[in-house]
Design a protein around this ligand. Structure first.
Ligand SMILES: Nc1ncnc2c1ncn2[C@@H]1O[C@H](COP(=O)(O)OP(=O)(O)OP(=O)(O)O)[C@@H](O)[C@H]1O
Ligand SMILES: O=C(O)c1ccc[n+]([C@@H]2O[C@H](COP(=O)([O-])O)[C@@H](O)[C@H]2O)c1
Length: 206
């Protein structure tokens, strides 16, 4: 655990496609805020998700609105359009650099699920990225925790302690499953925030 240094604000970044946002994202963010004593968590919907090329993603505007609705009643959370406003693929390294240039006195903790860290070596300039921020990796159902710990240990040996794992209550939800359920006319109640569910219905998404 990183000791609190009052010269710096500790900001969590929850990056995602959020197509749609669900309780897995929200729980990981809230638990990261609490466990790592973060000052805030900023949700950053990817404008053009770099690794989601195999299918068409919903427009950035809809994903942004759903993220806003999901976080509106939570003072610990903010939403940023930094990646939506940028042209081209939303590489995390570009976002971290932009945030660090703007806020001089922050420590950034990028929050991900286990799946993301297992393939971090495929991310744009991943070595530079790991050196420039910390990572909080939430356990995720369906992903082997032992494999995750091994992967983190290897990265620690290479980069020093930059990556922290965090156990969260297993939330067996993915956006893929939610999209499938909606397409089949099945309920998504209790899986996503009610206002997001209403928005999806009203706009006839998925
Ligand atoms: N249920 C969950 N538990 C823990 N982490 C999660 C969970 N769902 C998503 N995440 C993490 O949240 C981040 C953003 O995820 P994303 O928006 O791609 O959702 P997803 O459910 O993985 O989507 P999809 O099914 O479309 O791939 C990623 O780092 C992912 O690992
Ligand atoms: O920078 C990269 O190369 C990169 C590759 C894959 C994913 N990411 C980021 O990881 C976050 C989760 O991505 P995804 O595809 O699981 O929604 C989101 O903020 C993406 O921009 C970043």
């Amino acid at each position: 655990m990183i000791q609190k240094d009052n010269r710096y604000k500790k900001i969590g970044i929850m990056g995602g496609t959020f197509d749609p946002i669900h309780y897995g994202h929200l729980i990981a963010s809230k638990w990261a805020k609490e466990n790592f004593e973060l000052d805030k968590v900023i949700f950053i919907p990817a404008g053009v998700p770099p690794h989601k090329k195999e299918r068409e993603v919903l427009s950035a505007e809809h994903r942004y609105f759903m993220t806003l609705l999901a976080t509106i009643d939570e003072p610990d959370f903010d939403v940023s359009t930094i990646e939506i406003d940028r042209q081209g693929p939303s590489y995390t390294i570009d976002t971290i650099k932009e945030l660090q240039a703007y806020y001089k006195d922050i420590q950034i903790f990028f929050i991900t699920g286990a799946d993301a860290i297992l393939e971090i070596h495929t991310w744009r300039n991943y070595e530079e990225l790991i050196k420039s921020c910390y990572f909080i990796v939430a356990t995720r159902e369906g992903y082997d925790t032992k494999e995750l710990y091994k992967r983190i240990e290897k990265l620690d040996q290479k980069f020093g302690k930059r990556i922290f794992h965090m156990k969260i209550p297993p939330v067996g939800i993915s956006s893929t499953e939610l999209r499938n359920r909606i397409q089949q006319g099945k309920t998504v109640k209790y899986l996503i925030p009610p206002m997001v569910e209403e928005y999806i219905k009203k706009k006839h998404l998925y």
